[in-house]
Structures are given as C-alpha cells and as structure tokens.
Design a protein. Structure first.
Length: 144
C-alpha cells in the first residue's frame, strides 16, 4: 500500500475510523463474552484441570473419565498440564481456582511489560518523552 500525501494508508482518517469502530465492537463483544462465561461456566476449564490433577494424585488414569466429551469438565488437554496442576489439586477447589487465576493475571501483566506496554501512549506524549514518535514518521519510532 502506498502513502497518500505523505501519510501511510493506516493513518488516513477514514481508515482510523474503521479501526476505532472495530476496537469498540471488539470491546463490546469481549464484555458480552465475559458476562456469558461468568454466568454459565465460570472457570469451566479450571475444573477440568483440577479433576485431572486429582485423578493423578489418586493414582487413577488421566483420560478415563465419566463425563461426556462435550462437557466443560472433560479433560482434553496434554498430560503435562495435569502434572503441573497436581499441587493445586491438593487444595480445596476454590483456593486452587483463585491461585490459578492469580497466576494467569501475573503472567498477563508480565507479558505486557515484556512487550513494552508499561504506560499508555498518551502519558508519554503528555510527558514529552523523546522515545515516542509517530509510527509513520520517516525515522520510525515505537508504536506503543
């Protein structure tokens, strides 16, 4: 794609409006999906992990289970995940689920930090941080 009047194609107002609309639709769908999962099957996969770890702790086979293959608590994951979940399966389910969610939140935060997403772009612009440049500028620059 070519630039129009010195601006990259993705910086055109019409393209930016499409991106903004897509972002709004994505946020609305994300909120709706979160509400749906929290109301219908909160932590459904975690229950499958917990049951698999409990089966391993009891010396039972990992993949022989009484539930239907379409059920949320059916274990369809690699055996390494069940092995890693064994220590949590020694705890009561609510405590194990809370620890698992905390691990996921910490992993997400560390991933964002590793990607360099430590503060919003607007904060860097307001602070006059020299590291921020427009992504379409000839010198390049950071996008985040």
């Amino acid at each position: 794609m070519t630039a129009i009047r010195g601006r990259p194609w993705y910086a055109l107002p019409s393209v930016r409006r499409v991106f903004q609309l897509a972002a709004v639709v994505g946020v609305v769908l994300g909120i709706e999906t979160t509400i749906l999962h929290l109301s219908m099957d909160p932590l459904g996969d975690v229950h499958a992990y917990y049951d698999a770890g409990s089966r391993l702790n009891a010396g039972e086979p990992l993949y022989v289970q009484p539930s239907d293959t379409n059920a949320n608590d059916f274990y369809r994951y690699p055996p390494l995940l069940a092995i890693l979940f064994r220590p949590l399966a020694l705890l009561p389910y609510p405590a194990a689920a809370a620890i698992w969610v905390a691990i996921l939140v910490v992993a997400t935060v560390l991933t964002f930090r590793r990607l360099g997403l430590r503060e919003p772009v607007g904060a860097r612009q307001a602070a006059g941080d020299g590291r921020f440049q427009h992504a379409g500028s000839p010198t390049g620059g950071r996008r985040w």
